[in-house]
Design a protein around this ligand. Structure first.
Ligand SMILES: [Zn+2]
Length: 162
């Protein structure tokens, strides 16, 4: 839970109950647990308190802090607070990105291999057409141009990094 979630969940009354303290009187006062007194001088609000005698005041967290004599972090955790573990989150994000990059690389590599095989296949075909066609015929010219283009494409595919 975050600080705000805890504040939404627990009212000051819940916190008083947690420590077995009496309910506020009609006027909303209790005897201050932080100093000795016979008359109730601590006003309890929905999410805060203020002692008109000793000046103790704050919210649910500082109340727990004072009752337990602990720092905010401890009080926060006692009330169910959790800190998003940043390093853990960043680690997971890093892992996710690495995984994505690997997948993308693999897909590109597979595409490149498939295209490479296709081009090789086409060159074979074009060479066969070239052999079977009379020199400078349309088919022959087409095959020559295609082979030239395919060789260029092969070179590109070979140098392209996956
Ligand atoms: Zn007080």
């Amino acid at each position: 839970m975050t600080k705000e979630e805890i504040k939404d969940l627990y009212s000051m009354k819940d916190i008083l109950e947690r420590y077995g303290l009496p309910k506020p009187n009609r006027a909303g006062f209790i005897c201050c647990p932080f100093h000795k007194e016979k008359t109730a001088s601590m006003k309890i609000y929905k999410d805060s308190y203020n002692c008109f005698a000793c000046g103790a005041n704050g919210d649910v967290f500082s109340f727990v802090q004072s009752m337990e004599n602990v720092d905010f972090k401890t009080a926060f955790k006692m009330l169910g607070g959790t800190y998003a573990d940043k390093s853990d989150y960043q680690h997971k994000l890093f892992q996710y990105r690495c995984q994505k990059r690997k997948e993308t690389k693999k897909i590109r590599e597979e595409k490149r291999k498939a295209l490479h095989a296709e081009v090789l296949e086409e060159i074979k075909l074009m060479k066969a057409i070239k052999l079977l066609s009379s020199v400078f015929s349309d088919d022959w010219c087409y095959a020559v141009n295609k082979i030239e283009y395919d060789i260029y494409l092969l070179g590109y595919l070979m140098t392209e990094k996956g």
